[in-house]
Ligand binder design. Sequence first.
Ligand SMILES: NC(=O)C1=CN([C@@H]2O[C@H](COP(=O)(O)OP(=O)(O)OC[C@H]3O[C@@H](n4cnc5c(N)ncnc54)[C@H](O)[C@@H]3O)[C@@H](O)[C@H]2O)C=CC1
Ligand SMILES: O=C([O-])CC(=O)C(=O)O
Length: 349
Amino acid sequence: MKAAMLRSVLRRSCSTTVPSASHVMRRGFSSESSPERKVAVLGAAGGIGQPLALLMKLNPLVSKLSLYDIAGTPGVAADISHINTRSEVAGFMGEDQLGQALEGSDIVIIPAGVPRKPGMTRDDLFNINAGIVKSLCTAISKYCPNALVNMISNPVNSTVPIAAEIFKKAGTYNEKKLFGVTTLDVVRAKTFYAGKAKVNVAGVNVPVVGGHAGITILPLFSQATPTANLPDEEIKALTKRTQDGGTEVVEAKAGKGSATLSMAYAGAIFADACLKGLNGVPDVVECSFVQSTITELPFFASKVRLGKNGVEEVLGLGPLSDYEQQGLEALKPELKSSIEKGIKFANQS
Ligand SMILES: NC(=O)C1=CN([C@@H]2O[C@H](COP(=O)(O)OP(=O)(O)OC[C@H]3O[C@@H](n4cnc5c(N)ncnc54)[C@H](O)[C@@H]3O)[C@@H](O)[C@H]2O)C=CC1
Ligand SMILES: O=C([O-])CC(=O)C(=O)O
């Protein structure tokens, strides 16, 4: 009698605690509700790489998270792998494991490379980072030629053209799949604008076009929403602060690197937009530095519609104020020379 009662209690408790297959599917863990997506982070043990890996582990659209670095990845991967979210985490260290890290990736995010110290420009990073990007892109063209590449390593104005040339040489270049990540410029423009305009930052939109260094960063505050009719002097100050945002952080960190946490946030926003585009979500638009014909320059940052194949449409600049028009003309020579420097490097070495 006692044994029968115990069996019945156990049966009842099991039926209430073990979720059924349909329950699991309703909660969104099934492959039907969200396709399998592998995301690789190259430079995953670094200042950006670690918080970016954390944010990608929190993204339910990721099913496999591959963390690669030349050092330190086993610890980062072990740590992150304990988080109880959808993706499986694997760590890879050293060039021997780069192929495995990349194979099957839908998106490769690259924050590998040295950051600035006070007094340096992003271009001062070229000599070291150009070689790193070149070797990583050579491996991408071999192991996951169809992946979307999100380039974070600076100088972005040159590393994106380097990547394009490396992919062209390997015969794998697809201009729809290569992105310079300029989201941090947009994140900063939104934050600074909301502060001045005294509006809720959550509802703010500001396109940022051009490139990702100094005056090549051109926020279009004339198109900011909600509108605030700020005086010209405030728009100029906001523009300068957005252009110098990276330097503001480099100086505040006083030799300990550049933006890492805000960049990880921005990188995660951009990767999420790419994942949504791949998954067929309509009207996903973000600014990015991509191959472009909207100016005479071969690469340019502007609003881009993302889709199942990467770039679906490079959107135009829209109406510019006189101040922005001047900024656009002023940035072209520097951006052109940074692009050419990258192309030359990739074809010489
Ligand atoms: N696009 C943007 O808006 C931003 C770009 N950056 C850039 O991101 C890059 C990384 O910055 P942090 O994470 O702060 O630097 P970090 O020095 O903290 O981390 C870089 C990581 O890259 C790794 N690494 C070096 N060579 C590698 C290789 N061949 N393969 C794989 N990993 C390699 C290092 O071991 C290190 O873990 C810098 O170039 C920085 O200028 C930084 C902030 C914003
Ligand atoms: O300023 C730097 O060197 C890092 C960077 O690109 C940014 O924070 O926008």
